[in-house]
Design a protein around this ligand. Structure first.
Ligand SMILES: [Zn+2]
Length: 423
């Protein structure tokens, strides 16, 4: 690796030097307690690519960094102070996939003593967010580089792209083909939310399976089945291995004016004998059991593990917390929950006989009936083996679909003007 230039043109160096001169001359307090890079991870996705640098910080000081965006071609340059260039950092360039939507390649090298430079060559313009995370769960300190495309992909467009023809079905129009159960007379949108993702693996089974992978596999199957139904379509909150904050999952569902929101998870408990499926809805006033409260706390901690940039105000947050006194929505959530629990009970033992309630952050859309399904216990070796089995994932997706259909059959969707909006 080039000692000083790390592949820069002279023009870059001049521009960069002007911008960061003051920082580069600041000496660092060291003395044997320097941070050391422990791991680097890259999570590419259409909505953003995340690069995570995990490091030990004996003095609990977050890494100091400066960054600079350059044009023609688009690049992001990040200088990190006080770390040595080691083999962990040297492995970063090799972790960039050719298919990464944002990053073309990364160069990393020692720029000066005590300063490591990353040059991220981009595929287009990005709006970076760079921030530090304190140790949580299994993780030590993290420096996170989130690269958002300057032109963010639109979830509404994603729906239209994939369902060009069906999106033009008008309210009251006959369905394209007969369903076996009562027909749904207008196009309904189900948002499926595969729990966890990216930095947040969710629960980990004794056999090494990650909840985030199981939830995505089941959710993808469910989406395909919903899309094959007349007058139903589905959107995934994530369709890859990356992290999305809980409130953004809710915001995405509201953005496409979803009729239903189904969050897919796999449970875990200290005792490996715990087993069975559960369905949860939101509770505004306390949990229906201490286990439900415990679980909601664990699921809500996804934001800490996954890594939210709390320095950025989320404009959606205020809106999703607006009005939780929507008892009509909650009643519908309970109906949906019972319908799904009934169907899931046909393929797996139920952990409890009823729909449970707790304060799940991801169920807080005030106007969309929402449930969270703990498909099975990934901490139970027998259920873990089933959760990673494709045939069982398919069975679970069928059960979820049957529950959703049963709900719509008993609670036909009312006409809305939203189809026109989607057109
Ligand atoms: Zn979960």
């Amino acid at each position: 690796m080039a000692e000083t230039t790390a592949g820069f043109t002279r023009r870059d160096i001049l521009r960069f030097a002007t911008a960061s001169l003051t920082l580069l001359v600041t000496p660092l307090a060291r003395g044997g307690a320097a941070p050391t890079l422990l791991a680097v991870r890259v999570w590419p996705a259409n909505i953003y690519t995340r690069v995570t640098l995990e490091y030990s910080a004996p003095l609990s000081q977050p890494l100091k960094f400066t960054h600079l965006l350059l044009k023609d071609p688009d690049r992001l340059v990040v200088d990190i102070e006080g770390v040595e260039f080691n083999s962990v950092l040297a492995s970063l360039p090799g972790k960039i996939l050719e298919s990464d939507p944002q990053i073309r390649l990364i160069r990393a090298g020692r720029f000066k003593p005590d300063v490591v430079r990353l040059v991220i060559e981009l595929k287009g313009e990005v709006k970076p967010q760079i921030f530090s995370l304190k140790p949580v769960g299994e993780y030590s300190h993290r420096l996170v580089l989130d690269l958002y495309p300057a032109e963010p992909p639109d979830p509404l467009m994603a729906l239209l792209d994939k369902h060009g023809d069906s999106a033009s079905v008008q309210p009251g129009q006959k369905p394209l083909r007969q369903a076996e159960q009562p027909e749904i007379q207008r196009l309904v949108t189900v948002v499926i939310d595969p729990g966890h993702g990216g930095e947040d693996p969710g629960a980990i089974g004794r056999g090494g399976s990650y909840e985030k992978n199981v939830t995505l596999a089941i959710s993808r199957r469910l989406k395909a089945k919903i899309d094959a139904e007349p007058n139903m379509r589905a959107l995934l909150t994530r369709d890859g291995d990356y992290f999305i904050p809980l409130n953004q999952r809710v915001a995405k569902a509201r953005r496409v004016r979803a009729d239903l929101f189904v969050s897919v998870h796999a449970d875990a408990f200290i005792k490996s004998t715990a087993r069975g499926s559960s369905v949860f809805v939101l509770s505004e006033n306390g949990a229906s059991s201490s286990a439900a409260r415990w679980l909601a706390n664990r699921e809500n901690s996804a934001d800490l593990v996954g890594g939210v940039n709390f320095g950025v105000k989320d404009p959606h947050l205020a809106r999703t917390l607006l009005d939780l006194s929507q008892t009509a929505t909650l009643n519908d959530s309970l109906k949906l929950g019972r319908a799904v629990l009934g169907e899931v009970g046909n393929i797996n033992t139920l952990h409890g006989g009823r729909v449970e309630q707790a304060n799940f952050a991801v169920l807080k859309a005030p106007d969309i009936p929402s449930i969270l399904v703990e498909t099975a216990f990934i901490s139970n070796p027998e259920e873990e083996a089933r959760l990673v089995d494709e045939a069982y994932q398919d069975k679970m997706a069928n059960a979820l679909l049957a529950g959703i259909r049963r709900y719509f059959a008993q609670n036909p969707p009312v006409a809305r003007s939203k189809i026109a909006r989607l057109d």
